[in-house]
Design a protein around this ligand. Structure first.
Ligand SMILES: [Zn+2]
Length: 96
């Protein structure tokens, strides 16, 4: 490939241009606008208590913030599992 600044031919795996010293291949990283931050703790708690909120967040963040989407999905599943477990305990215990 060629240096974007001076046009000198550089090795494909080169980090900087040997001719002018400009960094090579650093621009694609800054173009990456995918948000990889985890879901905020408070939002996780809400997703856990109200799985429907987690399900909505899962679809909302799916393309722009995959990590948040995954976290929301997990918390919603935990919330569903937890409420089912509670229902089973109540059913077995007869409501005490
Ligand atoms: Zn150069």
């Amino acid at each position: 490939m060629f240096c974007e600044k001076c046009g000198n031919e550089v090795h494909d795996e080169a980090v900087i241009c040997v001719s002018c010293g400009v960094p090579i291949g650093s621009s694609p990283v800054s173009n990456n606008n995918v948000n990889m931050e985890p879901l905020e703790g408070g939002v996780k708690f809400v997703s856990f208590c109200f799985p429907i909120v987690g399900a909505i967040l899962f679809f909302v963040h799916q393309s722009s913030a995959p990590q948040k989407s995954t976290d929301a999905c997990h918390m919603a599943l935990w919330g569903v599992g937890f409420s089912i477990a509670i229902n089973i305990f109540v059913a077995i215990g007869g409501g005490f």
